[in-house]
Write a protein that binds this ligand. Sequence first.
Ligand code: URA
Length: 206
Amino acid sequence: MGLHVIDHPLVAHYLTRLRDRDTAPDEFREASDKIITLLLYEATRDLRTRAFRVNTPLEETEGRAVTDSVVAVPILRAGLGLMAPVLELLPEVTVGYIGLERDERTAIASRYYVKLPPDIRGKVAMILDPMLATGGTAIKAVEILKEYGPQSVRLVCVVAAPEGIQALQQAHPNVDIFAAARDRQLNAAKYIMPGLGDYGDRLFGT
Ligand code: URA
């Protein structure tokens, strides 16, 4: 359990493409897909498998198949942009959507849209939200998911701020966080520094 910051040259390479303010949306989306694929490699490392016999063209050998079911939960809006590599690597995944908005005065996140698959109980829930800033959104999303009895909940993000990591770990100590970087701090506007700006705006060119 805990924070997993993925230390890998390709992750560092694509993160730098994402950070660069001159990276255009098409290149940003491409780097985003690649970095999420790399993060998924680590975020799925503990999935359980069952052994079975398989025939190669030459002989019978042992094969393995993933037995854990994963439900991916992108947080609207930017989390949607992380879904392509998830569907590519885990074609049998089921997908739920959570939309949260933050009250600017109280900083409390409340749900405006929740659409989850009916059978989350016993599944591995994987929240996708690229920027773990204050942690308010992630904390609320975990709270919502836990109502449905998943086997475990994990968060895949690209950049995490120390403030968000601490808040999420305090609220939900049993949630693993997978990130490409742990950045320095939040600024007064709650942007992550040095960060990469607004992930949704960079992805969608808004
Ligand atoms: N969301 C973003 O997209 N960027 C930040 O820096 C913080 C939250």
